[in-house]
Design a protein around this ligand. Structure first.
Ligand code: UDP
Ligand code: MG
Length: 310
């Protein structure tokens, strides 16, 4: 099978029939073999009924219904698990992403031999102040922190080689950082293609301003896990030692000056700094040990992605 199209949908009943028709038209034009995987993320409207109707008698449509609303990342994750196509495309259900882009995305992926190609909503039809501007800031921060230069990291429209989606786990709200997750898994050939973006035709956006706080926290988590997930002591131990050593030096100085010049100890600011740094340093060091203990007991501590064997 050529393409799997994974579409998370939360209260998107009105959009789905139109979206599926459009996808079918494009796939037929290019004579691709394909599957459309809808994930109903616990919708409160008639999304699931619509999906049932659309799939009846249509072998190209597969679907998963969540018991409750888990979020876009879990929806994508479940879709990725069952995707069979050589290429896996993700797109939003709200008709903001155009299926016409799929053949082009496949072309860019193939020609650049990329692991994934991300869409870039160059001209964006969302609210300027709540979406477009903050998103620019977000993309530049993410780019600096992760080393992946994309104009539009969080674009819903992306294409992957099948192996990539089988190698990553998208959980929590990590859908914003799939390229970072992919790079962490060793798939660092990441491309970008400008894509058409449209106004939301039906329904409303599911993401508000809280996405910036959560997004920043998630990015810190990913970067920490990627770098130190398997060796937490290297981070906590290093900083614990440095900070403790600082406290130790100050303490030594205080003791010497007490002996040599009989200066007081508790009435000096340096004393409190020494106290705090030694406690903090010890805490950090212990956090490193606890991290190592947890890591050693994790069932996949020795799971590696093997690319080839001979
Ligand atoms: N979505 C989802 N679960 C959620 C929130 C959103 O599956 O909890 C889906 C939603 O149906 C849409 C896609 O994720 O297909 C993107 O959501 P939305 O269009 O609201 O985001 P925006 O384009 O406003 O950033
Ligand atoms: Mg949208």
């Amino acid at each position: 099978m050529n393409v799997s199209i994974v579409i998370p949908a939360y209260n998107e009943a009105e959009s789905l029939p139109e979206l599926l028709q459009w996808i079918e038209r494009v796939m037929l034009e290019h004579s691709y073999t394909y599957e459309v995987i809808f994930i109903d993320d616990g919708s409160k409207d008639t999304t699931w009924d619509v999906i049932e109707q659309l799939s009846s008698g249509n072998t190209n449509v597969r679907a998963i219904k969540f018991q409750r609303n888990y979020g876009k990342s879990p929806a994508l994750n479940e879709g990725f698990k069952i995707a069979q196509g050589e290429y896996v495309v993700t797109m939003d259900a709200d008709l903001q992403d155009s299926p016409e882009e799929i053949p082009e995305l496949i072309k860019v992926l193939k020609e650049g031999n990329y692991d994934l190609v991300s869409g870039w909503k160059k001209v964006r039809h969302d609210n300027k102040f709540t979406k477009n501007l903050p998103s620019k800031l977000y993309n530049s921060v993410t780019g600096k922190m992760s080393g992946i230069k994309l104009h539009d990291m969080n674009c819903g429209l992306k294409i992957y080689k099948n192996q990539v989606v089988k190698s990553i786990e998208v959980f929590g709200e990590m859908h914003r950082y799939i390229p970072v997750l992919a790079k962490a898994a060793g798939f660092d050939r990441i491309g970008e293609k400008p894509v058409i973006h449209q106004k939301r035709k039906y329904g409303t956006s599911k993401f508000g301003m809280e996405r910036f706080v959560n997004g920043f926290l998630d990015l810190s988590t990913i970067l920490f896990i990627t770098k130190y997930g398997r060796k937490p002591m290297h981070l906590f131990g290093l900083w614990g030692s440095i900070i403790f050593f600082l406290g130790f030096l100050i303490t030594t100085y205080l003791i010497i000056s007490k002996i040599a010049w009989s200066t007081g100890i508790v009435n000096r600011p340096a004393f409190y700094i020494a106290l705090t740094t030694m406690v903090l340093g010890t805490q950090l060091f212990l956090a490193g040990f606890i991290g190592e203990l947890i890591n050693r007991r994790s069932p996949d501590r020795n799971n590696y992605l093997v690319e080839k064997t001979l």
